[in-house]
Design a protein around this ligand. Structure first.
Ligand code: ADP
Ligand code: GN1
Ligand code: MG
Length: 373
């Protein structure tokens, strides 16, 4: 269990507040998220059936205002429920559903200051850590595009910015520079090459934010964390069913959602693969995602957005790379790690992908050109 003992002890305190029906028969750490502490709970009901839930201890070091974050999640999921129902879908399975405490609150703050929340567990689904087929990736693209489309009329000013400047790559770059300069743990020497790689690309970092400022790219309500394991696939139909991990749903660029999916899903290797020979951008997967995302967005992307898709992919990959590397230099306090040098390994795969995208730039542009209406 990755939570410190005090937090573990508070699970029971939290569970009492949620007053879930039945007898608790299983409680275990769950999933591979890098941010929150996630547990699966199973309750046995009187009729002998089980009802399962996801319990999360929210990371309140990263999300500094969990109350506001939960307001976002409640508002967005309630809105999505309506849209899904109007479209004839199943709101209990196609979006997250917040389970309230006995007092009617969307979360519980325990006596040690931990924030807990519960979601219905979405049954009969799989969560993929790696793309298994171009079709799955295409499906995920349609779903992420459609997610943006479903929220296109959502009043963005009602959303709290859960992490300010989340995808402001220029601001991420400044944080990265600070981490290099302070080199708190003397780790910069081990990462000399990676640091040089990142510093050499400073001028790319403001490309998208400049276009946004100049009014050439529209601000939308976006998910902002569109990696493949933030989507659940239906076991029976094998279709993308539900977009999860709504902590960073806030105003952003369509390119952030496109790019973040590509960096994780179009790679031939895992995010933390140590053998960089195994890591490159798969052009077929890039194409499958481009096609699906444009379809999912339902023709709503502007020509400029479409034109910038390869840049979205490159910048989101680069940005994630400098975030991993800064965290490595700062002492691994942000992303959960499971081995020494884990964040450095992650940064290396991201930079390998960036280099590969630069090499394949013409091919990426041609693919996007093919789907430009
Ligand atoms: P993190 O922010 O740490 O990534 P997530 O909200 O993405 O946390 O949850 C971690 C994992 O838990 C997901 O990748 C998924 O496997 C699983 N998960 C989360 N919510 C649900 C749910 N409602 N039903 C089924 N599985 C879920
Ligand atoms: C984190 O929460 P999770 O594991 O889905 C991170 C993303 C990174 C990703 C890298 C809130 O996503 O921004 O792209 O790790 N989420 C947050 O795998 O920082
Ligand atoms: Mg997640």
């Amino acid at each position: 269990m990755s939570v410190e003992n005090s937090a573990c002890a508070r699970i029971n305190e939290a569970l009492e507040q949620f007053a879930l029906q039945g007898k608790l028969v299983e409680q275990k750490p769950y999933g591979n998220g890098h941010i929150n502490d996630t547990f699966l709970l199973a309750y046995e009901m009187q009729d002998g059936n089980q009802k399962r839930y996801i319990l999360q201890r929210m990371n309140h070091t990263i999300f500094k205002q969990p109350e506001k974050l939960m307001k976002n999640v409640v508002r967005v999921t309630e809105y999505l429920r309506k849209v899904i129902a109007e479209q004839g879908g199943d709101p209990d399975r196609e979006t997250l559903n917040v389970v309230r405490t006995a007092n009617g609150d969307a979360f519980y703050k325990d006596s040690k200051g931990n924030y807990w929340r519960v979601f219905l567990f979405i049954e009969h689904t799989v969560c993929l850590e790696k793309v298994e087929s171009a079709k799955d990736f295409y499906d995920s693209a349609v779903a992420f595009g459609n997610f943006q489309k479903m929220l296109s009329d959502y009043p963005a000013d009602q959303l709290h910015e859960t992490i300010p400047n989340f995808h402001n790559t220029a601001s991420r770059f400044r944080d990265f520079q600070k981490a290099v300069q302070s080199d708190r743990l003397g780790r910069a020497a081990i990462a000399k090459e990676e640091i040089a790689f990142a510093l050499a690309r400073e001028q790319d970092t403001s490309v998208l934010t400049n276009l946004l400022r100049e009014g050439k790219l529209p601000l939308r309500v976006t998910h902002n964390d569109t990696k493949l394991n933030n989507i659940l696939f239906d076991d029976a139909t094998k279709k993308a069913l539900c977009i999860i991990d709504l902590d960073t749903v806030m105003p952003g660029l369509a390119l952030y959602d496109f790019g973040d999916s590509i960096r994780f899903g179009a790679s031939t290797g895992a995010e933390d693969e140590k053998d960089l020979n195994k890591v490159e951008v798969d052009l077929d997967l890039f194409e499958a995602f481009t096609k699906g995302f444009l379809e999912g967005c339902g023709g709503s992307l502007t020509q400029k957005e479409i034109e910038m898709l390869p840049m979205g992919a490159k910048l989101m990959t680069y940005e994630c790379g400098i975030r991993f590397l800064a965290d490595f230099l700062d002492g691994d306090s942000y992303f959960k790690i499971h081995r020494e040098g884990h964040n450095l390994d992650r940064a290396r795969t991201q930079f390998k992908l960036v280099a590969d995208m630069e090499k394949k730039w013409d091919a990426l542009t041609e693919i996007v050109e093919k789907y430009k209406q």
